[in-house]
Design a binder for this molecule. Structure first.
Ligand SMILES: [Mg+2]
Length: 236
């Protein structure tokens, strides 16, 4: 059956994937650890939960550096490029304390999140260890997981604090988390909406899956999908 390569503006019932490369099922047959990003991966980006966090991050930068919104937005953009996250830039350039920052920016409403029974079933059906690794904090991740009805599905949740506040996409952050977990990258898969966060996992030998409404073509992306549950259904 032919599958469309071009992104479609309408959601298709079947998971999208690239036509080239190995078929998902056989490509994942030796995977023992499944690593999931959190934001915009375990919930769809259209619910715009992360918008709330971004607004709070901008406000935090304005307050702590005593600058206006335009300057704060500019700095956040710059830090995201140069340091991976706003927090990493604030820590390196301004020596700010990460703990109160992480509590403040994640103090948001979770009302836009709904339980996803299908996603729960699909993740539970995967053989092996399932973990969440986010650039947010682990307590925040656990709240999102709870609101998505995914409590009890994951063996462990890692936040940026577990990598000494060094964020993805820095390969040292992945090294720290994977060493902590004891996972073997050559027997693991990474699911992420931010394509740059798949570069290090790919270089380490992981299977990489880009989860996003719009596919991106890059050598470090093995598979793309706009439907995580649908993609996982094809693997078991
Ligand atoms: Mg994300």
């Amino acid at each position: 059956m032919a599958r469309a390569i071009k992104p479609s503006p309408v959601l298709r019932p079947q998971a999208r994937r690239r036509m080239t490369g190995p078929m998902p099922k056989q490509h994942f047959s030796d995977v023992k650890t499944w690593v999931f990003d959190l934001d915009n991966t375990l919930y769809p980006p259209h619910v715009r939960l992360f918008d709330q966090i971004e607004r709070r991050m901008t406000q935090y930068v304005m307050d702590i550096l005593r600058i206006d919104r335009a300057r704060a937005d500019h700095l956040r953009h710059q830090y995201w490029h140069e340091h991976g996250t706003t927090l990493a830039g604030l820590m390196r350039e301004h020596d700010i304390d990460p703990a109160p920052y992480l509590i403040d920016v994640h103090d948001i409403s979770f009302d836009c999140l709904e339980p996803d029974a299908q996603l729960k079933t699909r993740i539970q059906a995967l053989p092996g260890r399932k973990i969440v690794y986010t650039n947010g904090s682990a307590p925040y991740a656990r709240r999102v997981i709870e609101k998505r009805g995914l409590t009890g599905v994951f063996d462990v949740v890692y936040g940026v604090e577990n990598a000494g506040f060094l964020p993805k996409p820095d390969s040292r952050a992945f090294d720290a988390i994977f060493a902590l977990d004891g996972l073997r990258p050559t027997q693991a898969a990474m699911f992420e909406d931010d394509a740059r966060n798949l570069e290090a996992p790919h270089a380490m030998g992981m299977r990489t899956v880009h989860v996003a409404p719009k596919p991106e073509t890059a050598d470090h992306i093995h598979h793309s999908t706009d439907d995580l549950a649908g993609f996982l259904a094809e693997l078991v």
